[in-house]
Each structure stands twice: as C-alpha cells, then as structure tokens.
Design a protein around this ligand. Structure first.
Ligand code: ADP
Length: 250
C-alpha cells in the first residue's frame, strides 16, 4: 500500500529520519514502534504530507506521492488523524463529523442562493452518516456533546470516526492508547479491527502499549535512529537482540 524508499528528513544538522526504507502492506494493521526520538512521528508527518522530506521517496500503490499536500493525499484516501483541534471543541461530536467531507454545496455563494433544497438534503444525508458512525463507535450518546468536553479516549474514537466520513484507504494513527483507560482502549481496538476487516482499511499505528499491539498488529516495524531496525510479529520483535539493545540504550 505504502512504500518508503531511503527517506531522509533533517532538522538543521539533525537527521530525525535517516534513510528509512519500509513497506506497509495493504490490508494490514502495522505497528510502528521504537524508542523515543527514533523518528516515528517525523516519518508519519512526511508520509502524510505535513512535512516535506529532505530526500527519498514515498509511494502509494506505486504512485509517487512524495511531498503531496495533506488535502491531496486525503482525496486519495490517505489520512493522518489529529486530535480534535481547539477551535472545533465547542462544536458537537456530530457536527465535528459532519464537517469532514469537503466541497459541500453549502460552501459556494451560488448554492447558497439557488440550491437551498439540495443543501438541506445533503445536510440530512451527512447527519445520518454521522449518526451511523457514532453508533458504530458506540458513542451515540455523545452526539450532542461539545467535542471539547469528552474524555481523551472518546476523542480518539471521534478521530477514528472522522476517517469514516470519507472513503479512507490507509489511516495513520498516532498513539491511540496514550492516556486511555482499558475499557475504551478495547472499544478503540474493536473499531480498528472492524474497519480493517469490514471496510478494508489499512492502518499504520504508532503505539507503545504492547497488549494493544499484540491484539491488533501484524507486522510490527521497529525504528531506531531514523531508520527501520527490524520487522516481524510481536513475538519475533520481543526476542530480537538488536531491538532489545535499541530500547535499553535509551
Ligand atoms: P519519535 O516519534 O520516534 O519519538 P520524533 O519523530 O518525534 O521521534 O523525533 C525524532 C527526533 O527529531 C527527536 O530527537 C526530535 O527532537 C527531533 N525533531 C522532531 N521534530 C523536530 C523539529 N521540528 N525541529 C527540530 N527537531 C525535531
């Protein structure tokens, strides 16, 4: 699905990503792990068009997508989730979902004047889709709550929900497990598995929670010092001397 070839991203003289070469297989839930400072977030940001690379290439199903802007990648179904931005915190969870698909008729002056009925229909359809997504994620009861007032774990579910409002193909998730209680983490894991199995999403997740990875992810890619150090199942990775050394060295 994604192929990264000899990718570099330097900050001044510092090589955060330093010749990373790796593949994310279509249909997989791939974990990206590694010690702090290994370059995982920077790699995500370069793949998702948030940061330009210093050199190297990124391909999506053999199409060169290196350096494309996030909104162009979004239209190709490549999504990187972000926490719900502050400015949307006062909008309800449902409204946060409804605003994800771009290019709605309501956005042009022409349509504001001449297309009232169509706008109303689109809004109804979007609202119905948002409600389906909330139900899928088991958070229907939060539909009318301000997104800024829900818990950290519920926000993670809402982030996943935003990917369901469009036709996502590959989703990059950053630390879904951080600060989330076990019950919600299981709900998030269930949602990821269902999206993977039922809707064919490919996932790449940066994660530290080993139980979460063991349940969800295959393969696991280990990064250290800006490049891929190892790849395998969670059990293979745990038994890899190089991996153990990389973690202990920090
Ligand atoms: P990880 O996600 O694996 O913890 P990061 O990609 O966040 O690693 O960071 C890798 C290294 O790059 C870190 O040492 C970090 O300080 C550095 N870094 C990340 N972003 C910047 C930036 N914008 N400017 C300078 N250094 C950065």
């Amino acid at each position: 699905m994604i192929r990264v070839e000899n990718l570099h991203r330097h900050f001044g003289g510092f090589h955060a990503v330093d010749g990373a070469t790796l593949e994310i297989e279509k249909g997989s839930v791939t974990a990206l792990v590694g010690p702090n400072g290994a370059g995982k977030t920077t790699l995500f940001n370069v793949i998702a068009g948030v940061l330009p690379p210093t050199s190297g290439k990124v391909f999506m199903e053999d199409e060169d997508i290196t350096g494309l802007a996030p909104h162009v990648l979004f239209s190709k179904g490549l999504l990187r989730t972000f926490q719900v931005a502050h400015e949307f915190g006062s909008m309800t969870c449902r409204e946060n979902l409804m605003m994800v698909p771009g290019g709605q008729s309501g956005e042009t002056l022409w349509n504001t004047w001449f297309g009232r009925r169509r706008i109303a229909e689109e809004e109804r359809a979007l609202r119905a889709l948002a409600d389906q997504v909330l139900e899928f994620l088991t958070i229907s009861h939060l539909a009318d709550h301000p997104a800024g007032a829900i818990s950290g774990g519920q926000k993670k579910l809402l982030e996943l929900g935003r990917t369901m409002m469009v036709d996502a193909r590959i989703v990059f998730l950053d630390e879904v497990g951080a600060g989330v209680n076990r019950t919600l983490l299981n709900t998030i894991a269930d949602a990821i598995l269902r999206l993977n199995k039922e809707r064919g999403y490919t996932f790449c997740v940066i994660e530290h929670d080993m139980d979460f990875i063991a349940r969800l992810c295959d393969p696991v890619i280990v990064m250290a010092e800006g490049k891929k150090l190892a790849q395998g199942t969670i059990d293979e990775i745990k038994a890899d001397d190089q991996v153990i050394e990389a973690y202990l060295g920090t």
